[in-house]
Ligand binder design. Structure first.
Ligand SMILES: [Zn+2]
Ligand SMILES: [Zn+2]
Length: 137
């Protein structure tokens, strides 16, 4: 997604366009690492030294409110951010603590008849392939 497309997307969501919001959104699109606010700030600041922590945190908040970014709360007290909002699962490695995305083809569930669902999360945890290899040796 280029800058023009991002600005277009912001307009569609009635989100005011600011340099911070563009930088944060671009960063999250390009870095699928589910960074938390501190990591986003640290990395975005490298290219934009004038950005303050408050404006970056506010940009994250505004992006979440608009639905362009989803908060991922796998760990208590630590919110990570994901700009890939199409439905997918998250796998957390208990060893390296990285979060991996995985695709879900079909989600079968029952028992929520008459409920209104606003959010769906699928979280798996265990050892990622890389860590599994190391622990085996
Ligand atoms: Zn791992
Ligand atoms: Zn994800």
């Amino acid at each position: 997604m280029n800058k023009t497309e991002i600005i277009e997307l912001f307009r569609e969501k009635a989100l005011r366009v600011t340099p911070q919001r563009i930088a944060v959104f671009t960063y999250l699109l390009e870095n699928r690492i589910h960074a938390d606010a501190e990591e986003v700030y640290k990395d975005v600041k490298k290219e934009n030294p004038s950005f303050s922590k408050t404006t970056v945190y506010n940009a994250l908040g505004a992006l979440c409110e608009s639905g362009l970014v989803i908060p991922v709360t796998l760990d208590a007290g630590r919110v990570r951010y994901d700009a890939h909002t199409q439905f997918h699962g998250h796998f957390k490695c208990e060893c390296c603590e990285r979060i991996f995305d995985f695709d879900i083809d079909a989600l079968d569930y029952s028992g929520l008849e008459g409920f209104s669902i606003t959010n769906k999360d699928v979280y798996f945890s265990g050892l990622c392939a890389g860590c599994k290899k190391i622990t085996k040796q």
